[in-house]
Design a protein around this ligand. Structure first.
Ligand SMILES: [Zn+2]
Length: 403
């Protein structure tokens, strides 16, 4: 059976894997059977049914989810280089966008890559109006976040209109959101308008925030490489910004009781972490390999998690990451920080990512029958002995969506 493809059946089907983790607790169940019917999980039981699909030594986990990606850069064979200074790298992303000749094939190849990586749910930042480049896919399920950025009031008004049409044309079942880009392209007044629209349409939000030290300097002092970049391209409008602003001011405006993903959050300070910890609708998407590419100081993901913030993993786009395989980002953290808890890293790449996007991915009776299968490959096909083995051994990941 090709478990990578979605299948549909009204009659019950049963699956058995050696390792089953529903997305909560520390301990996987071994050798249980999942029954599905009409696209839902109808039972999870140790009782052997008359017939079942035996997945052998594989693990069944909640769907892998990637809450922060830019598929448009999927045509890049390697990250844009050099990564620093950051403002110059931003300039390279703009140039890459301008020079792109075949947008649909870039999105398409990104989606194929994401599917090949076994990711079942993907949040994509959309930067163009033609949505026909996003084909109807069963896997990954797509959440589209329309990007907003503006350098003056006329542009802001036009962008808000674009957002409105984007949200009004939402099809049933699809989930669209708003992504105010970043503080150096979205002033506080524009952010207020974006969030008002999110409230009106009850859509999730996502914003790059506390990503670089250059951004902090831009906000607080209106100096540094980001101001210089905007001056160079004649887009610096100092009257749109005021001194003494911090990421906290952006968080306060984003606080709309709607799912809100803070992309990166590399430089969130203690006050901002405690602000987020008191508001469960916020999540932080740590993008490990992108973070390393830009040589940031250590990411505060453990501090965030200990404070009670929902922390998840993202890939970002191929402009800063070598691929779109979220599992490899989890492996990367474990390799760089061997004392990191492997089970928690898996949680970050699955249920935490779902929660960040307002979706409950836990495997429970009555929930949609969709999950990830992690199968051993290579020379060692024995069952996984523990969480470290699951995360670090050579495996293949597949997304299953029954329905
Ligand atoms: Zn990004």
């Amino acid at each position: 059976m090709n478990v990578a493809s979605a299948t549909s059946s009204d009659s019950p089907q049963w699956f058995k894997a050696d390792w089953f983790w529903a997305g909560e607790g520390d301990t996987p169940r071994r050798g249980v059977f999942i029954e599905t019917q009409s696209g839902l999980i109808s039972d999870i039981t140790p009782t052997t049914p008359a017939k079942f699909v035996d997945l052998g030594p594989a693990a069944i986990l909640p769907s892998l989810a990637n809450p922060h990606c830019h598929l448009e850069f999927s045509d890049l064979s390697e990250p844009l280089s050099p990564p620093l200074p950051f403002a110059d790298w931003i300039g390279k992303t703009v140039a890459a966008r301008r020079n792109r000749t075949d947008w649909p094939s870039s999105i398409q190849s990104g989606l194929q890559e994401v599917n090949h990586a076994g990711v079942g749910l993907l949040a994509e930042i959309v930067t163009q109006d033609d949505l026909s480049v996003y084909p109807e896919t069963t896997s990954p399920l797509l959440m589209l976040f329309r990007e907003f950025l503006a350098f003056d009031e006329t542009q802001a008004a036009g962008q808000l209109q674009t957002l409105k049409s984007f949200l009004s044309e939402q099809k049933a079942g699809a989930v669209r959101g708003i992504s105010p880009h970043a503080p150096y392209t979205v002033c506080l007044a524009d952010l207020e308008d974006c969030v008002a629209l999110a409230r009106e349409f009850q859509t999730p939000l996502m914003m790059h925030l506390a990503e670089t030290q250059a951004e902090l300097e831009f906000l607080y002092h209106q100096t540094g490489e980001l101001v210089d970049m905007l001056k160079r391209i004649d887009l610096w409008r100092p009257e749109r910004y005021e001194q003494g602003v911090r990421p906290l001011h952006y968080l306060q405006l984003l606080d709309a009781n709607l799912p809100c993903v803070i992309a990166h959050g590399n430089y969130l300070d203690d006050e901002e972490i405690s602000f987020l910890a008191r508001r469960p609708h916020f999540s932080v998407a740590y993008c490990p390999r992108t973070h390393a590419y830009f040589e940031h100081r250590p990411h505060p993901w453990r501090k965030l998690a200990e404070a009670g913030v929902n922390v998840t993993l993202g890939t970002d786009g191929r402009g800063s990451n070598p691929d779109l395989d979220i599992w490899k980002d989890a492996q990367f953290v474990k390799q760089q920080q061997p004392d990191a808890n492997s089970r928690f890293l898996v949680q970050m790449a699955t249920v935490n990512a779902g929660r960040a996007l307002g979706q409950d991915l836990r495997l429970r009776i009555g929930q949609p029958a969709r999950w990830a299968v992690v199968s051993p490959t290579g020379n060692d096909l024995s069952p996984f002995s523990d969480w470290d083995a699951l995360l670090l051994r050579q495996t293949r990941r597949q997304s299953v969506i029954m329905g």
